[in-house]
Design a binder for this molecule. Structure first.
Ligand SMILES: [Zn+2]
Ligand SMILES: [Zn+2]
Length: 368
């Protein structure tokens, strides 16, 4: 595939779109078949089923036609055939008329619908942006190790229930003693904007020190270095986080939120904000956003955190507020300059693959 052309008219784009749409369509058909097992109870109630079916029909027809187009245009038929075969499998399982099977119940589930919604949302938002305003225009969408990072994205959204429990439960169990009902009621009385700003500041303050510890404590760095092993920065690269890193960082950042008992609306707004913000700062975007300098983390700010250059070591730990780095002496944002390379210092590498990277920190006790 590497030697095959990818320019417009070569059948590459139609093949990629066909395969992607067919895979999404097949995923959606599976969600209809096993809704209790494969969809999120919170999101389930919000689906306009009739529209989803109509859209699914459109997706499967498009996937098939694009597959045929790719097979016609391209010497290698693999991409186009993959799209056609996946579409046919989705059609055999019922296509857009697939019955909504089984009784809906709230229990253990896998967020296949959550994965598909996030994938579609982020792709629609970031892929065109990165094509139009790329910091490194020569970096393709399917850059090196994209499969590894997509696996992280897949696991973190598919196992959303387990990961949420893993991050929230320890705070609830260990810090229940610190919660005070009167204080929590007073916090919930505060205006939405104040609560949102307080959540932003408290989580980032906690996150800053936990993140710094992950860099400075050798046995913690073993887990966090996985995040820094990405040598290409784009919207997907930020997904590369070891499960221990996710559970510890998010778990501890949740403690002040839990103890102070913020309202649901500002909390959900924060979760939505952090999801997009954390993705945005990794993206392959050349925006320096000079007006935001020092106020809100930008791609340039976090790209320096990922720099392989000596000047980029242990700088810019904040996710939202660069002010914290400025206060604690780790701020680094030279005007008009970006890191020369990304990844671990000295170009060191971690072998690709989600599973390998999951066990690697446990296997190499003397790794720095
Ligand atoms: Zn880091
Ligand atoms: Zn990062």
């Amino acid at each position: 595939m590497k030697t095959e052309p990818t320019h417009f008219g070569s059948g590459w784009l139609s093949g990629v779109l066909s395969t992607a749409l067919a895979a999404i369509g097949l995923g959606a058909v599976l969600c209809f078949h096993y809704p209790s097992l494969l969809t999120m109870p919170d999101v389930r109630a919000l689906y306009p089923v009739a529209y989803v079916r109509a859209l699914l029909h459109l997706v499967l027809v498009s996937a098939f036609l694009l597959g045929v187009l790719s097979v016609t245009l391209r010497r290698s038929k693999r991409l186009g055939m993959a799209g056609i075969v996946l579409t046919l499998v989705a059609a055999l399982l019922g296509g857009s008329r697939v019955p909504l099977d089984g009784e809906l119940r709230d229990g253990p589930f896998l967020g296949l619908d959550w994965f598909l919604l996030n994938l579609i949302g982020y792709c629609v938002l970031f892929v065109p942006l990165e094509r139009l305003f790329a910091r490194l225009p020569q970096q393709p969408v399917f850059r090196r190790e994209w499969r590894t990072d997509l696996s992280y994205f897949f696991v973190s959204t598919l196992f959303v229930q387990v990961i949420t429990l893993l991050t929230l439960r320890p705070a609830m169990l260990l810090f229940d003693w610190a919660a005070n009902a009167r204080l929590q009621a007073a916090v919930r009385e505060l205006p939405f904007v104040v609560q949102f700003a307080a959540i932003l500041l408290l989580t980032d303050l906690t996150q800053y020190w936990v993140h710094r510890a992950f860099h400075r404590v050798p046995w913690l760095w073993r887990f966090h270095r996985i995040h820094h092993s990405a040598q290409a920065m784009d919207w997907l690269a930020g997904s590369r986080l070891h499960l221990v890193d996710v559970a510890v960082t998010r778990g501890l950042s949740y403690v002040p939120i839990y103890v102070l008992g913020f309202g649901e609306a500002p909390l959900y707004a924060y979760v939505a904000f952090v999801s997009v913000q954390a993705t945005f700062i990794h993206a392959n975007l050349r925006f320096e956003l000079a007006g935001l300098r020092g106020w809100l983390a930008t791609p340039q700010f976090h790209h320096w955190h990922h720099g392989a250059d000596a000047e980029a070591v242990d700088v810019n730990f904040a996710v939202h507020l660069p002010l914290l780095d400025w206060l604690f002496g780790t701020y680094h944002l030279p005007r008009g300059r970006w890191p020369a390379a990304y990844g671990l210092a000295g170009g060191r590498r971690v072998a690709g693959g989600w599973f390998h990277q999951l066990v690697e920190p446990l296997r190499t006790p003397r790794q720095s």
